[in-house]
Design a protein around this ligand. Structure first.
Ligand SMILES: [Zn+2]
Length: 301
């Protein structure tokens, strides 16, 4: 695939799955969309099927997931699908959902990547624009921060520090290049702690949560019998979430990001400061480094 052209999918595909927070079984259809359409979510369970653009200024909630909404309707937990679309280089797509939340599947982006590949990724007759970071920008809260700086590729360095013997300090550096999203990031699952489960359930959340769609820890151990998919699965999932939220700029991004202990709320604040503060440019011509060869999922190991 060419990095210089926009892409959609070759045919509609559908599947269904349980949503993590509302616990409902939701049907999902991905449909091809024309050049400059972007990513839109459409609620087929509501009269007149209203739709919402996957754009940073439609974010209405960032607690435990990213929710976009407008005109009284919302779609939540979109970040894993958004990360998969970004990693696959899909610019234009209509996402139909029969409920208020995207399915969680196994808690990673891999099932979404599989679905997108099944639909095939096709080049369109429209130039692709990139959003480039123009000047260093830092947003911080306590000891959490996101630092963005100009770079001729898309790269993320992430650090987490959880006071848990199976997590602790984890660091991971990742750059989008040939196959790297599928190989290094897509399979990393969401994670949580047993001590938070009851509290979240009382708040009406994680009704669909189970060991089949999350990595779960008790006070000292990992509860999933099949173990981790990567030793540092937690920090890789944090990168996955960041990519999914960054995709709400509406364009692929060229920049370098150094992040420590962030989450959906800080991601969203960063996006607002970047976009509203005009810390970016959309240049007409770009020079890509040799590493920037093709889709992030050409090899889903
Ligand atoms: Zn996540």
């Amino acid at each position: 695939m060419s990095y210089l052209k926009q892409h959609t999918i070759g045919q509609s595909v559908w599947c269904s799955g349980v949503a993590l927070h509302c616990g409902l079984k939701v049907a999902l259809v991905l449909r091809p969309a024309p050049v400059d359409h972007g990513i839109r979510f459409l609620r087929t369970d509501i009269p007149d099927c209203p739709s919402i653009s996957a754009y940073y200024n439609n974010v209405v909630n960032t607690f435990q997931a990213t929710t976009i909404g407008s005109a009284g309707i919302a779609v939540s937990t979109i970040e894993h699908l958004m990360a998969a679309l970004y990693g696959c280089g899909v610019d234009n797509l209509l996402v139909e959902l029969s409920g208020p939340e995207a399915p969680i599947f196994d808690g990673s982006a891999a099932p979404y990547v599989k679905l997108i590949r099944k639909a095939s990724i096709v080049e369109q007759d429209g130039a692709r624009n990139y959003l480039t970071i123009q000047k260093p920008l830092t947003v911080a809260k306590g000891d959490s921060f996101i630092k963005a700086s100009p770079c001729d590729q898309f790269q993320v360095r992430y650090e987490i520090d959880y006071p848990h013997p199976r997590v602790g300090k984890q660091k991971y550096s990742w750059a989008l290049k040939n196959g790297s999203f599928g190989r290094e990031i897509a399979k990393a699952r969401t994670f949580g702690f047993l001590k938070d489960v009851l509290k979240l359930q009382r708040m009406g959340l994680i009704k669909g949560g189970s060991l089949s769609n999350a990595v779960v820890f008790d006070d000292s151990e990992l509860l999933n019998l099949d173990g981790f998919r990567y030793e540092d699965e937690c920090v890789r999932h944090k990168i996955l979430d960041f990519i999914g939220d960054l995709a709400l700029t509406g364009l692929p991004v060229l920049g370098s990001f150094e992040i420590r202990k962030a989450g959906h709320a800080l991601h969203s604040r960063f996006l607002t400061e970047l976009m509203d503060g005009k810390g970016y440019a959309i240049p007409k011509r770009l020079h890509f480094p040799a590493a920037y060869l093709s889709s992030g999922v050409s090899a889903l190991a």
